[in-house]
Structures are given as C-alpha cells and as structure tokens.
Design a binder for this molecule. Structure first.
Ligand code: NCD
Length: 357
C-alpha cells in the first residue's frame, strides 16, 4: 500500500498551507467557495445555512421532487484517504437528493494513482478536471487548504470554479461535522445563548471537537460555558481554547466529569482516536478513563441532550450499554447523524449554485 509514499511526500508539506492560504469568508455568499474551515462562517452565514437546512429537511420528508433541481447537471467527486461511513455516504446521498451526480475512484483512492505515489496537489487537480466539487478526507492537517490552493490554480486554467469541501484533515478540522453538530444543538435547544456545553474524551486528536468549539465561538452566543473534559494527555489544543476564550466563551478545563455533568445542557461524547496515538502504551493508559454508560447519564439533567459524532466503541460501554443509552430520550446521536445529510444538502446547493433553498 501507499502509506509510505504518503509519509514521505504529503505529510511533510500540507501544514504550511495553513499559514499561507486564507480560506474565503462566506459573508452571506456561498456560491463557488471552498469549505475548509469553520473560521469562514459568521453568525449570519450560520443562520442562512440553518434556515436552508430546515427547509430542505421539510421538503425531503414531503418527498418534494423539486429538490432534484438544486444540483442538476453538477458532479461531486469523493476523495477519501481515510476511513469514513457517515461523511462519505451522507455527502453522496445529499448530492443525489439534489439531483446531482457522484463519482469516486472505482476501487477507492488507494488504488488510484495515489498507489503509484502521486501527490495530493496533482491528484486533486486530476479530480478537479472531472467534477464541480470534491469532498476530501485526508490524514494531513492542512490538506484541504493545500487542495484549495491547487484548485485555484487549476480553475484559472480551465475557466471553471471547482471547489473542495473538507471531510476532515487528520487531527485538524472537520467543518461540516461542526455545522451539523451546531444545527442539532439548535434543533433541540432552540438557541445557543446561555447553554452549558460539555465536550468529553479525546479533545487532542478529535477534529470534530476542534471545529465545534471554534464554531460555537464564531456564532458569538452570549453566556456560553464550554466544559472541556479530558485526561491531561488529551487536552484541547491551546490554540482552540484561546480562540474560544477570545470570543467571550467561558472555557473550563477539567478531568472530573462529575464536576460539570449535573449542570450540562449538551453532552458531546467522543471516541479515543486510537489510530492517532504515537505510543500505543499512552492509548492503553487512558482509553478507559471516560466511559458513558446509563449510570453516568443518570447524573445529567433530564433535559440534557447526549451527542456523539460516531463511530462509537467502548467509550460508550458494552453493546448492551449502547442499547440502553439509545433508548434514553436524551440520546440524539442518530438524529444528529440524519441532520448531517440535510446540512450537507443545504451546503452543496448553496456552494454549487448559490440557490435559494
Ligand atoms: C468523526 C471523524 O471522522 O472525525 N467521524 C465523523 O466524521 N462522523 C469522529 C471519529 O472518527 O471519531
């Protein structure tokens, strides 16, 4: 497999694009914009996107065939260098529900020219020649910025506007997950102002929590408390903590869940990202530190919601614990997951066509 090739080419250079490439701000205008960071969004952009998402959800439930016009004639490519179920399939489903088409490497990206050692800069431009939007998931932090940079170069040559949407860049960001997470919080809580939100688990390697913490800050809600619960080794990166604090969020870091759980409105549980540890002994030492089970959830308020980006493993207990948690009305992670398709439909319709939905 091409893992070694990736190690020796792309892994070294993507990160520098974080410094040199500025993601375009949305500023109320989504059409033709790459989506590579939550920092592109402000409160108004989120309101526009969430209104569109609500409308799309209603129309899907009514089986409104008019949705098939929204990306008719457009083609989305998926380019996944890392494993995925929800992000990959929800983007594909979203595009099809909008009447668009989807292409992917027939045997997965690792049997494309990536296998021969082609770098991201060239692969992304090859895929750009055949599509209007590329959903990219890649193990390098900054890879989506790098993709955006090279697509800008290509777009000048081919006189089209091909965009990249990040589906996660290693331990960096996962912007569309944060969009669906924030939409879900709105859905169940009606607002962000005044909420007490608790992120638990692998806050160091979890890209979903990096993006979500920053997106909550971008929304500029009032009186938000963000509790960051992790073992010391897995603390949220300081840059993210500073970002949230600078935007007026009260951030509390602790490794004592019970300190904050009884006050919490939104519990966001995460998987310990075993595959991202340099030393397996570190993983073994902390993997069982935070396990959500029915007795743990019993400590949370009755009107709290329990979210999880999924997939879940033992951090949600045994399979029997999974079933018991699923039966608790506070568990909203399957509706969170369904919302992922609606948010991605709204986003695709907007970036591909700038259409009102
Ligand atoms: C997450 C991811 O890939 O970052 N999954 C997802 O996209 N819903 C979370 C994880 O892998 O733990």
């Amino acid at each position: 497999m091409s893992g070694d090739v990736l190690q020796h080419t792309d892994l070294r250079q993507s990160r520098r694009f974080l410094e040199t490439y500025s993601p375009p701000k949305i500023n109320g205008e989504f059409a033709g914009k790459h989506i590579i960071s939550v920092e592109q969004f402000d409160r108004r952009d989120l309101q526009i996107l969430f209104d569109a998402t609500g409308s799309i959800r209603r129309r899907i439930k009514q089986q409104d065939r008019g949705l098939l016009e929204l990306a008719a004639g457009k083609l989305m490519a998926t380019l996944f260098y890392e494993a995925s179920t929800r992000t990959d399939l929800s983007f594909q489903a979203a595009m099809r529900h909008l009447g668009g088409e989807v292409v992917a490497a027939s045997n997965g990206v690792h049997f494309s020219s990536v296998y021969k050692g082609e770098n991201l800069a060239d692969t992304i431009r090859a895929v750009g020649c055949y599509s209007d939007a590329i959903v990219l998931r890649h193990p390098d932090v900054g890879s989506s910025y790098e993709a955006a940079y090279y697509l800008d170069q290509l777009n000048k040559q081919i006189a089209r506007q091909v965009i990249v949407i990040s589906g996660g860049d290693g331990v960096g960001e996962h912007p569309t997950q944060a969009l669906l997470d924030l939409f879900t919080i709105f859905d169940f809580k009606g607002q962000i102002d005044g909420l007490n939100i608790t992120l638990v688990g692998d806050l160091r390697h979890g890209r979903t929590v990096h993006s979500l913490a920053k997106l909550i800050a971008r929304y500029q809600a009032e009186n938000v408390v963000l509790n960051l619960v992790s073992p010391p080794l897995l603390r949220m990166p300081e840059t993210v903590v500073q970002y949230a604090t600078a935007k007026g969020i009260t951030v509390r870091e602790t490794d004592d869940l019970y300190d904050v759980l009884p006050e919490t409105d939104v519990i966001y549980w995460t998987r310990i990202q075993e595959e991202r540890f340099d030393d397996p002994a570190d993983y073994e030492a902390i993997k069982d530190r935070f396990i959500m089970t029915p007795p743990v959830l019993a400590q949370a308020p009755d009107d709290a919601i329990l979210m999880h980006p999924l997939p879940r493993k033992h951090e949600m207990g045994t399979p029997d614990d999974h079933d018991a948690l699923d039966a608790d009305p506070r568990a909203v992670y399957f509706r969170q997951m369904e919302n992922g398709m609606f948010v991605r439909m709204a986003l695709l319709a907007k970036v591909l066509g700038g259409l009102w939905v």
